[in-house]
Design a protein around this ligand. Structure first.
Ligand code: HEC
Length: 132
């Protein structure tokens, strides 16, 4: 009987641990940091901020939508959000492109995703959901 309890408890523990790790993986990037970069004219060694053309992220609400396959900005058409961000960084902000796998890029993507949520300060569990 005791063994049964121990097994049950450890199984519950394993489920809890793996699901929280999974949730953390889905929540890559920091919205607040992304927002700070977005509003910072000196981010990415550029000369103007993203928000000078996209005030409060206006117009980008749908940019991180699931199922989107093409992004447009004055530099051309792109196949990923990260490429579109880099194009605006280099062409619009006159800054340096960042690694698509960098923390900064994840933060930017997280911020742009948050724009589409309608509510910026909702619970983390909601953010990783389908949402759309
Ligand atoms: C000089 C003005 C300007 C600046 C600065 C700028 N952008 Fe843009 N960006 C645009 C314009 C114009 C578009 C095209 C919008 C459209 O076609 O609806 C665009 C498009 C985009 C798109 C693609 C939208 C889509 O869903 O297809 C993304 C993403 C984006 N910008 C992100 C950024 C980020 C991140 C920064 C800062 C690093 C930034 N932009 C800075 C002008 C700018």
């Amino acid at each position: 009987m005791k063994i049964f309890k121990v097994v049950m408890l450890s199984m519950i523990a394993i489920v809890l641990i793996t699901s929280s790790v999974f949730a953390a993986g889905m929540m890559e990037g920091n919205v607040e940091k992304g927002k700070a970069l977005f509003n910072d004219p000196k981010a990415f060694q550029g000369s103007i901020s993203c928000s000078s053309c996209h005030p409060d992220g206006k117009g980008l609400e749908k940019s991180a939508m699931m199922g989107k396959t093409e992004w447009n900005n004055p530099a051309g058409k792109f196949k990923s959000l990260e490429e579109a961000i880099n194009a605006c960084i280099t062409m619009a902000n006159k800054g340096k492109a960042i690694d698509v796998k960098s923390e900064e890029m994840k933060d930017m993507v997280a911020y742009i995703k948050s724009l589409g949520m309608g509510m910026k300060h909702d619970m983390p569990m909601k953010k990783k959901g389908m949402g759309y």
